[in-house]
Design a binder for this molecule. Structure first.
Ligand SMILES: *Cc1c(COP(=O)(O)O)cnc(C)c1O
Length: 405
């Protein structure tokens, strides 16, 4: 016998193909009998069709067909299903950030010549996005007092297409009367979209209150780890879903299966985390309310918060965000020193993870439709999952060090 001297990769394998071919055509399926808890991570750009007829039968409106990894994979589909169910909606679309989800609502539903109403307490980058569309894309944008209630009717024009809602405003914490605004909007044929990030979809169910579209920054509680950027849009109406879906395809945005699997992993303890944030935030907000450095605590569960009655009627919890207004005798420099003197509360955008955060805001420069009643500086706290006794001691130490009367 002559020895076969070919390199291992040059020798055909049992199926007649070489190693280099077989490593590319593994066609691995999860074997029957293998079972595990996590939703499998299905990474894909190309999705393979069994034949040309299947490819030609594609209908972009059909959510049960696999077309392209950008549009959906089994992993993203499972996340979409669970998020839609959480908020009591029917459809969900995923985006690379919360702001991208907001942007898609505009590009899916608004045309030049249309008018959009935005609450004065809206998420800042949403305002900026709308102002950009107003400057460059021929829409009009008007800001309204979030406490307007059914008075919104007086602002609706024949070309008004969309009313944004945010409850509570994520810095100033007013809670609008969502059912009242949604009812008037529906009577007048105007769509409503809520930025429902504050409630994580857990504490407020928008579709029970007549809202058409719910936007989530999944970056926040749903990710829970300060390591994922993602957005979601949940809807209940097929036509609105299709318009948003088409815009999403045309804008060419998508999410990775890896990120989806991490959010799916975090959803299992979403409710427990939300309740823990809520408890600790209530403890700290209540304590801060007794401090003489603090002129006002802005927390929707507090009776003096504008819209507190709406909060009690429509919400089932509050999560970890609240703000305080300092007594006006403190300068911004002193308040800045207080924030920088905190050791456990970090300085940074976004929230929803395990770590506490604190940021200063200049509200009068953010709102244009409503006068701001407070004079002192505002600090927004995000209360994480640290032991609340350590958080309180951290705040107390920095108050003592930097805010001497
Ligand atoms: C963070 C946030 C967003 C945007 O989410 P990103 O993923 O950071 O783009 C939108 N709305 C609210 C209320 C937010 O807090």
């Amino acid at each position: 016998m002559t020895q076969d001297n070919r390199k291992p990769l040059d020798k055909p394998e049992a199926n007649g193909w070489h190693w280099q071919t077989n490593i590319l055509h593994t066609d691995t399926q999860l074997p029957a009998g293998f079972s595990a808890m996590p939703v499998p991570v299905a990474r894909a750009s190309t999705v393979i069709f069994p034949d040309l007829a299947a490819m030609r039968a594609l209908d972009w409106k059909n959510d049960s067909q696999w077309r392209y990894g950008l549009h959906a994979t089994p992993t993203s589909m499972e996340l979409m299903r669970r998020l839609a169910a959480l908020e009591g909606g029917k459809h969900c679309l995923l985006f690379p950030s919360g702001l991208s989800a907001i942007s898609n609502v505009y590009f899916g539903l608004i045309e030049s010549g249309d008018d959009v109403l935005i609450p004065d307490n809206a998420y800042g980058p949403n305002r900026d996005h709308a102002d950009w569309l107003a400057e460059s894309w021929g829409i009009t944008v008007r800001y309204y007092d979030p406490m307007i209630g059914d008075g919104i009717g007086a602002l609706i024009q024949p070309n008004t297409k969309l009313i944004w809602l945010e409850a509570p405003g994520s810095v100033t914490m007013e809670v609008p009367d969502i059912p009242a605004i949604a009812r008037v909007a529906r009577e007048r044929g105007v769509l409503t979209a809520i930025d429902n990030t504050y409630s994580a979809g857990l504490a407020f169910r928008p579709f029970d209150h007549g809202v058409d579209i719910s936007v989530q920054a999944l970056t926040k509680y749903q990710s829970g780890g300060s390591d994922i950027l993602m957005g979601g849009v949940v809807t209940i109406d097929d036509d609105i879903h299709h318009r948003l879906k088409q815009a999403r395809m045309r804008l060419g945005v998508g999410v990775s299966a890896d990120d989806c699997s991490l959010v799916l992993r975090s959803l299992g303890n979403l409710q427990l985390r939300f309740e823990a944030h809520d408890r600790s935030a209530m403890t700290l907000a209540t304590w801060l309310g007794t401090r003489r450095e603090i002129a006002a605590v802005l927390h929707p569960a507090f009776e003096d918060c504008p819209g507190h009655q709406n909060f009690r009627r429509d919400f089932t919890g509050a999560g970890g965000l609240f703000s305080v207004v300092f007594d006006e005798r403190y300068s911004q420099a002193q308040i800045d020193a207080f924030i920088e003197g905190l050791r456990l509360f970090k300085i940074g955008f976004s929230w929803g993870g395990a770590h506490s955060l604190a940021l200063p805001y200049r509200v009068p420069s953010m709102s244009t439709a409503t006068p701001w009643p407070h004079k002192g500086g505002l600090v927004r706290f995000y209360v994480g999952l640290e032991d609340v006794r350590d958080l309180q001691a951290d705040i107390e130490a920095s108050l003592k060090a930097h805010l001497v009367a």
